[in-house]
Write a protein that binds this ligand. Structure first.
Ligand code: PLP
Length: 441
């Protein structure tokens, strides 16, 4: 079935969402507040979520492998988290001062992630990476930052460079040029962002060493969660750690998504100790959140006792008790057994998809780690952002809409996540639905 046929089936199932979208267009550009969740002709309006399922405004039930872009590791409305939220809310929604909930969540995170000696909360992952980058500049006195081509770190100016988009005109593979990912970025941004190729340690070393005296930090999502979930090749992250350490460049691990892959995050899986780490998504239990933390000597720039904080960090809703309570309840549920279960679900899904693609000779492959997976519609070996660009650029969208028609939700670009609310049968349902979508494609 062509993408047009999949879309017309989608439209037939989502009449009320279309009406609501038309109403929304009158008051919001694009009809919503998240560019990343929009898709043509309109995203369905979500009414309710429970466990592994979401229901839309037309009452259509879908198995949710999106999980609010990987935030809902326990599934929708888990009873213990809802109870914690209710109890916190009954005592007041937000305060002009710290709460015990904030201290407890900070303790839980610093215990899980030994490189994080000291931490602060924000309302989003974007604010977390924005603060981490600012902190690195303050600490080193250097102006530039380095990031990987294809990596997404949120929506502040400094990281909206070389995220998605065409690689034509973006320099060579070994020397990517910074490309603005948004209009409205001041030209100074492109002059201060150095872009690196994933999984090419020698190329990274050359670039980082050439500009070492200017580069404050290297921000790295250790598994490229938004650029195809391309695992680092053996020794790659270790090389980055070694180079950054030698040049006193602050190494920031952006674990906004990858933290969900282990008790202590991806840094535990790979045995790397970054200087700073950013968090988001699961640590707020489904409510708005972010956090950044790391070496105490660096985080001290935020300590107002030491002659006035050298970096000001306000935020009316930072560390609000409702979010903190939801985060505590979520982390309490994430026991070692829970991670083993999440890994098993992810492995079952990746194994099933790999067998399906081999049996049907479909040009595709699946990558991922732990509970995360990414469907690719290319058989080229995957090593970096450029290699993930499928020749058939419509394939991901056709599969996304086709799966929606099968009652399965994932993300438009191919990222998906299993949650603890899922069963083996749910995973098998995904694989069987994908088989049907591919068979008609
Ligand atoms: C790796 C990474 N960093 C930062 C962010 C930004 O987080 P938020 O959407 O909470 O601003 C995201 C969001 O998807 C992310 O995946």
């Amino acid at each position: 079935m062509s993408v047009e046929k999949e879309l017309s089936e989608y439209a037939a199932k989502t009449a009320r969402s279309r009406t609501l979208h038309e109403e929304a267009l009158a008051v919001m550009p694009g009809g919503n507040s998240r560019t990343t969740t929009f898709f043509d002709p309109y995203p369905f309006v979500i009414q309710r979520g429970q466990g592994a399922h979401v229901w839309d405004a037309d009452g259509v039930d879908r198995l949710d492998f999106n999980g609010n872009y990987t935030s809902l590791i326990l599934g929708h409305a888990p009873p213990d988290v809802i109870k914690a939220v209710q109890e916190a809310a009954e005592n007041g929604l937000s305060f002009p001062g710290p709460t015990e909930h904030e201290v407890r969540l900070a303790e839980m995170l610093t215990r899980r992630v030994p490189s994080v000696q000291s931490i602060r909360f924000t309302n989003s992952g974007t604010e977390a990476t924005m603060n981490a980058v600012r902190l690195a500049r303050a600490f080193t006195g250097r102006p530039k930052i380095a990031k990987f081509e294809g990596a997404y770190h949120g929506t502040h100016d400094w990281v909206m460079v070389s995220v998605t988009g065409e690689v034509k005109g973006a320099g060579s593979r070994r020397r990517p040029k910074p490309v603005a990912w948004s209009s409205g970025l001041p030209p100074a941004v492109l002059k201060h962002v150095v872009v690196l190729p994933w999984n090419d340690a020698d190329a990274c070393a050359e670039i980082l060493e050439e500009e070492a005296s200017q580069i404050a930090c290297l921000i790295v999502d250790p598994i490229m969660c938004n650029a195809g979930l391309i695992p680092p090749v053996e020794g790659f992250l270790q090389r980055l750690r070694e180079i950054t350490e030698r040049h006193n460049t602050v190494l920031i691990f952006d674990e906004v998504i990858s933290f969900r892959t282990a008790w202590g995050g991806a840094q535990e899986r790979f045995g790397i100790r970054p200087d700073l780490t950013t968090f988001g998504k699961i640590i707020g239990g489904g409510l708005p959140v972010g956090a950044f933390g790391g070496r105490r000597d660096i985080m001290d720039f935020y300590d107002p006792r030491k002659g006035g904080a050298r970096i000001s960090h306000g935020g009316t809703f930072n560390a609000n008790p409702v979010t903190m309570a939801a985060g505590i309840a979520t982390l309490n549920a994430l026991t070692p057994e829970a991670y083993a279960r999440l890994d098993a679900l992810g492995e079952r899904l990746r194994g099933g998809v790999t067998r399906l693609l081999a049996a049907t000779r479909r040009r595709g492959q699946v990558t991922g780690l732990g509970s995360l997976f990414w469907l690719h519609w290319t058989t080229e070996p995957l090593s970096d952002y450029r290699s993930t660009k499928a020749k058939d650029s419509a394939a991901a969208m056709r599969v996304f809409i086709g799966l929606l028609n099968e009652g399965i939700l994932m993300t438009q670009r191919g990222l998906g996540a299993c949650s603890l609310a899922m069963t083996d049968e749910d995973v098998d349902r995904f694989i069987n639905a994908l088989a049907r979508v591919n068979a008609r494609g």
